[in-house]
Ligand binder design. Structure first.
Ligand SMILES: O=C(O)C1=C[C@@H](OP(=O)(O)O)[C@@H](O)[C@H](O)C1
Ligand SMILES: C=C(OP(=O)(O)O)C(=O)O
Length: 484
């Protein structure tokens, strides 16, 4: 599919004037179509994955309300169904009820599709259940690193064999009774094991927690806190999960603390059957595309209802608020252990460039391509560093966003661990490509809404991975977008 956005009549965002600033917004002269209105974005993808996974193992009935319907979460559900999970949806499809909870060895290879979260969390869960299974994925997922979960799981005694020296899918999970005594898997002692993660990744942390649900529990230590949806859902479902912030013993001088999560062992078998209602908030990472569009397209005013505001996910909003973006939050509340609220956004001209380093990367990881778009239209220099993780996503996102924004006229340079942008630049329409990556396709669509002339975004079916209604939602807010 191709997306076409035509702003042929729109005037330059940044007219040269003789004022001291030399480039000043001329709001009333623009003919870009402003975005107006309010809507619900789709349910949170990370929380939906976890609701299917934990819903498939805890006793009782798990009612999931407002789930994400994108292809990534469907991949998780299909894998779990292949292992015996049973459920049904309501007529709108957004609610789902899981009723069966004894997973068994799947008779087919499990296909995680394009979804890193599916593959990594299921490697953890299935090895913890001590079942044999093989997991594969699409061409993009088969290139992404799996050793980040396979190696720490091996320290817990889990035997997973994978292509390219145990680093790439397909992978096979070998239950204990099939393990050859000569393998390098450690036999671990009966006390609660402690694992320090080598990459700041919620997927790695979650794989370890899921692998430990039935066994002796675990202490996971991360040097930077990552999104904590698994911990919150476990607590909500009645597990005891302890969190502790500690000084980094290897760097006592550093003011960066480490984060420890303790899941005491043997809890799953003690849970009493119960009815759970998991009310899933809107996905802030999906909302971020609409937030960015409203900030950058002159005259826009948009309200996004019931968005997730988990503090481990709100880095994007906080940074923009600090830069003076007109974003306010109303109707704050917490349901099913996840904070949420309405996000009100107004067109915000004259944003300033910014510096973003490693400490802010976990909180903003999926929004960094969008921050590149914002930086292009902001005044001054922006530098994003410490973000090499972006190279291991559905595409190499540092390289993809740099290449494609350059085609639209941006002054953006790729660095080894991020990018440098000099702004502001009035973008000009061109033919760009998503690199098969949903977040790049959507970030380019938002950039195209601000570009003079005609932009075509090729290869954009991938939007269905996380936000199938994205173009429809932009259209509801007033954008004119063609799809071919
Ligand atoms: O745990 C999750 O649901 C996710 C964690 C992040 O990945 P990493 O764990 O690789 O940082 C994020 O980029 C991904 O979109 C979803
Ligand atoms: C990186 C992402 O997801 P995953 O790792 O689950 O493929 C994403 O949605 O941006």
């Amino acid at each position: 599919m191709e997306i076409l956005i035509n702003n042929s009549n729109a005037k330059n965002h940044f007219q040269d004037t003789k004022s001291s600033e030399s480039k000043v917004m001329q709001d009333n002269e623009q003919k870009f179509r402003s975005l107006k209105g309010s809507l619900h974005v789709p349910g949170d993808k990370s929380i939906t994955h976890r609701s299917y996974i934990l819903g498939s193992v805890v006793p009782g009935v798990v009612k999931i309300k407002g789930r994400a319907l994108g292809e990534d979460c469907e991949a998780t559900l299909e894998c779990l169904k292949a292992m015996g999970a049973e459920g049904s949806s309501n007529s709108e499809d957004e609610d789902y009820e899981i009723t069966s909870h004894s997973l068994y060895e799947p008779s087919e290879v499990l296909d995680a599709g394009n979804s890193g979260t599916t593959a990594r969390l299921l490697l953890g869960l299935i090895s913890g259940l001590n079942l044999f299974a093989c997991i594969t994925g699409d061409d993009s997922l088969k290139k992404r690193p799996m050793d980040r979960v396979i190696s720490p799981l091996a320290k817990l005694g889990k035997d997973i064999r994978a292509r390219q020296n145990n680093s790439k899918l397909p992978a096979a999970i070998i239950p204990v009774e099939m393990q050859n005594q000569s393998t390098t898997v450690k036999s671990i002692s009966k006390s609660t094991p402690t694992i320090k993660t080598q990459v700041s990744s919620a997927q790695v942390k979650s794989a370890l927690l899921l692998a430990s649900l039935k066994t002796d529990g675990i202490n996971v230590i991360e040097s930077q806190q990552t999104r904590d949806h698994t911990e919150r859902m476990l607590s909500f479902m009645g597990f005891s999960v302890l969190e502790n912030v500690m000084q980094n013993e290897h760097e006592p001088e550093s003011d960066q603390n480490v984060h420890q999560i303790t899941l005491p062992g043997g809890q799953l078998s003690k849970l009493k059957p119960r009815d759970y209602v998991l009310d899933i908030p809107g996905d802030l990472s999906s909302a971020a595309f609409l937030i960015t569009a409203a900030l950058l397209v002159p005259g826009s005013q948009v309200k996004l209802l019931n968005c997730g505001l988990n503090p481990t996910r709100t880095g994007f909003v906080k940074i923009l608020q600090q830069l003076g973006a007109r974003i306010t939050i109303t109707n704050n509340t917490t349901l099913a252990a996840e904070p949420r609220g309405d996000i009100n956004v107004e067109y915000s001209p004259c944003l300033q460039g910014f510096q973003l380093g490693k400490n802010l990367v976990p909180d903003t990881i999926d929004e960094l391509p969008l921050l590149a778009v914002i930086a292009v239209l902001s005044h001054g220099t922006t530098k994003v560093s410490g973000a090499e993780e972006l190279r291991y996503k559905e595409s190499d996102r540092i390289s993809a966003i740099t290449q494609e924004l350059t085609k639209l006229g941006a002054d953006i340079t790729e660095t080894q661990d991020g990018f440098i942008v000099n702004g502001p630049t009035q973008l000009t329409g061109n033919v760009v490509d998503s690199h098969g990556d949903h977040r790049i396709a959507m970030a380019l669509t938002v950039a195209a809404l601000t570009a003079q002339g005609k932009t075509i975004i090729k290869n954009s079916d991938c939007i269905n991975i996380s936000y199938p209604g994205f173009i429809q939602d932009l259209t509801k807010l007033g954008a004119i977008i063609e799809q071919h």
